[in-house]
Design a protein around this ligand. Structure first.
Ligand code: SAM
Length: 338
């Protein structure tokens, strides 16, 4: 371990000292054991001089382990103001290597947090920047989806390059994130994560390690943005195609695909499968990433051919009566066909 912090009360003592009992409403489950917190930090494989952003530090168990490693600076974003006092004490103990932000990680402006010199071109190695956190399970999943969209646009923290994420999830969610073709856990989330990132299952955390213990176990998962995503289409296209097709999980994929097109244009369903060279009688969880890529590419092509198709939502009121859309005047240019 790198830096030594001056002797401080244990995190469990801090929780008692500041009366920081976990709040059910915020789904707070703390990691108070020093070894458990160091294990989390060790699995991030931090390089000397790293800048780390930790979301949801709570009383600061993981934060302290981070500050005891070789990182240069740690930014924490915490929503619950009760934790400001112990985090500020940790800031002083770390000679200001810790920067404390009170706020919601969902709306936080990450862009000016890291030094511009740490940015790396997307095609190069990952920057020495990490986003990490043990958040409430429902929050980490919502944030992950928001971050995947930013990864696909290379916006927010990903303006610095391929910043990796290390996060805890409910074990069941971790399985879905990592699920391979033909697995029972394969779902929209698997495709959304895997088309953009290299994902690693780091380790299992039994529920009993948290205070208070949740009913379920957890897992630490890392996601490293890929240099080239497996699907080179806008995030909105991949989201729509995967969500619509996974909707009828146990049926042939042609059932879900029908919902991508107005009833008045149902001839496009056959064209969709012929053009993408995917068997319409397969099931969604057996599709390979290459097949998803072709389906998304074909859907994007048809959206260009029929302006307005991308806005079509089969769930919208009156969607059944949608008139057939007119093709783009003059067809598509060579650029559009790329
Ligand atoms: N990381 C600490 C640990 O391992 O002991 C705390 C874990 S607790 C499961 C999650 C923490 O995230 C809580 O402190 C909670 O207040 C905070 N939190 C929840 N939602 C948040 C949000 N949207 N933005 C920032 N912090 C959040």
């Amino acid at each position: 371990m790198g830096s030594r912090l001056p002797p401080m009360p244990k995190i469990s003592e801090i929780v008692k000292l500041y009366r920081l009992s976990a709040t059910k409403k915020l789904s707070q489950n703390f990691l108070l054991d020093t070894n458990v917190c160091h294990k989390f930090v060790k699995c991030i494989s931090l390089k000397r001089g790293a800048h780390v952003c930790e979301v949801g530090p709570g009383p600061g168990g993981i934060t302290r382990a981070l500050l005891e490693s070789d990182v240069d600076e740690v930014h924490v974003i915490e929503k619950d103001s009760r934790f400001m006092e112990p985090l500020e004490a940790l800031k002083v103990a770390s000679s200001d290597r810790l920067k404390v932000h009170l706020g919601d990680a969902k709306y936080f402006e990450y862009l000016n947090v890291f030094p511009p010199a740490y940015a790396r071109p997307w095609q190069r190695s990952t920057p020495n920047i990490h986003i990490v956190g043990n958040l409430p399970f429902n929050v980490s999943l919502g944030l992950l989806l928001q971050w995947l969209e930013q990864i696909s646009n290379r916006s927010g923290p990903w303006e610095y390059g391929r910043v990796p994420l290390t996060l805890t999830f409910q074990e069941e969610v971790a399985k879905r994130i990592l699920a391979k073709v033909d697995s029972n856990d394969r779902c929209k989330l698997s495709i959304m994560c895997q088309y953009l990132c290299k994902i690693r299952y780091k380790y299992h955390i039994p529920g009993k390690v948290f205070v208070p213990a949740p009913k379920v176990d957890a897992a630490v998962v890392s996601l490293e943005p890929l240099r080239t995503p497996h699907i080179c289409q806008p995030y909105s296209v991949v989201k729509k195609v995967t969500a619509t097709i996974f909707h009828y999980r146990q049926k042939h994929i042609k059932n879900g695909a029908k919902d991508l097109f107005p009833v008045s244009m149902d001839g496009l369903v056959d064209e969709f499968f012929t053009r993408s060279d995917v068997d319409p009688t397969k099931q969604s969880f057996s599709l390979t990433m290459a097949e998803w890529e072709r389906l998304c590419e074909t859907y994007a092509y048809l959206c260009k051919l029929y302006p307005g198709l991308s806005d079509y939502n089969y769930r919208a009121p009156g969607a059944k009566n949608t008139q057939a859309l007119a093709p783009a005047p003059g067809g598509l240019s060579v650029e559009d066909l790329k």
